[in-house]
Write a new protein. Structure first.
Length: 314
């Protein structure tokens, strides 16, 4: 049975469903919609999302030996290819609700195009938090400080790296970067690490990873081609030198491009008809691939069962 081929609106840029974000949440949603023969468009600026950052994913069913983040994303790409699903690579700039010909539609404005849909899936994950200390943005502009592993390009001149943070991501980054000939220091504010004990043990056992505790960063500045980091440790001023800085101090929901009224609904957890926030964007501290994928499948199933599609096939 053909559910619906394309929204009744003949306009080429109208879809029944638009998914923004091709991380595990958006991808799982797309695959499930495809199985129900519902027309959709999926848009993102980075296929695979932050799973690309992961050093080793060891908690995903189907991968008993673990899998690197990038290899996992290759399997997702393969799955799309097998099902002839294409994604549109673009930067989403604005998402809002419009009333058009008595039909509520969502308007999605991207850098290179604009689209309308009856249903909207927001699966745009999270953005990294910043340190907000002097010198941070300048180093970022000069590509000597980074927040995402997938953006990092190793150069031989990099001999020492500081990773700021004490959670899973900070330790995962350290274990990933240690494959290069570099000395790594994890700089954490607290005495206790917040990451999984097994990651702590691996970092602890690696002679190229040093963990500096109870350190509060003050400023970052380039000096004689090094990065000079000023900090306070146990009430004493301290200066340390590195070639590169990674910041992994948490993440916030990625909602910047959403109109104020939709933002309000998100903040107040009000369920708007026809809009779904799925994956990390709404999962607070429960940011995991399996949970994101589960959200994706569930939202697609809910849409499939919506009276809108049933009416179309009557
Ligand atoms: C270092 C690290 C290691 C991890 N290890 C594991 C692990 O071992 N096991 C595990 O289960 N989880 C792990 N995770 C968590 C896991 O990666 C996330 O839970 C998962 O990727 C969330 O999926 P998502 O689809 O909700 O969001 P994301 O993966 O963040 O995807 C968001 C999507 O939205 C797109 N997007 C955002 N804004 C825009 C815009 N303005 N325009 C266009 N596109 C946009 C992005 O390009 C991307 O495609 C790890 C995370 C990190 C950072």
């Amino acid at each position: 049975m053909l559910w619906v081929s394309r929204m009744s609106n003949k306009n080429q840029n109208h879809y029944s469903v638009i998914i923004v974000g091709c991380g595990p949440a958006g991808i799982a949603c797309a695959i499930q919609l495809k199985r129900s023969n519902i027309d959709f468009k999926i848009i993102c600026n980075k296929f695979g999302g932050i799973a690309n950052n992961a050093n080793e994913i060891e908690n995903l069913l189907g991968f008993p030996d673990g899998i690197s983040g990038q290899s996992f994303v290759s399997t997702l790409k393969q799955h799309f290819e097998n099902l002839s699903i294409q994604y549109t690579k673009d930067n989403i700039q604005n998402v809002r609700k419009v009333i058009e010909n008595e039909n509520d539609l969502f308007h999605i404005k991207c850098e290179n195009g604009e689209y309308y849909s009856k249903f909207l899936i927001i699966a745009t994950g999270t953005v990294p938090k910043k340190l907000n200390i002097p010198g941070e943005s300048k180093l970022w502009e000069k590509k000597r400080l980074n927040y995402e592993m997938y953006n990092f390009i190793y150069q031989k001149t990099i001999k020492s790296i500081a990773i700021v943070g004490s959670g899973d991501a900070a330790y995962d980054y350290a274990l990933n970067l240690v494959k290069f000939p570099v000395k790594i220091e994890i700089l954490q504010r607290s005495e206790e690490s917040k990451c999984l004990p097994l990651l702590q043990k691996r970092a602890h056992d690696n002679s190229n990873i040093n963990i500096i505790k109870k350190i509060k960063l003050h400023s970052l500045i380039e000096e004689n081609n090094k990065i000079k980091l000023k900090a306070i440790r146990e009430s004493k001023e301290e200066t340390r030198y590195y070639d590169f800085i990674f910041v992994a101090v948490g993440r916030s929901p990625n909602l910047n491009f959403i109109s104020r009224d939709l933002h309000e609904k998100y903040r107040n957890s009000i369920n708007l008809p026809n809009i779904y926030f799925i994956g990390d964007i709404k999962n607070k501290n429960y940011r995991q691939i399996s949970i994101a994928m589960g959200d994706g499948v569930k939202s697609a199933m809910k849409i499939t069962r919506d009276p809108f599609f049933r009416k179309k096939n009557e």
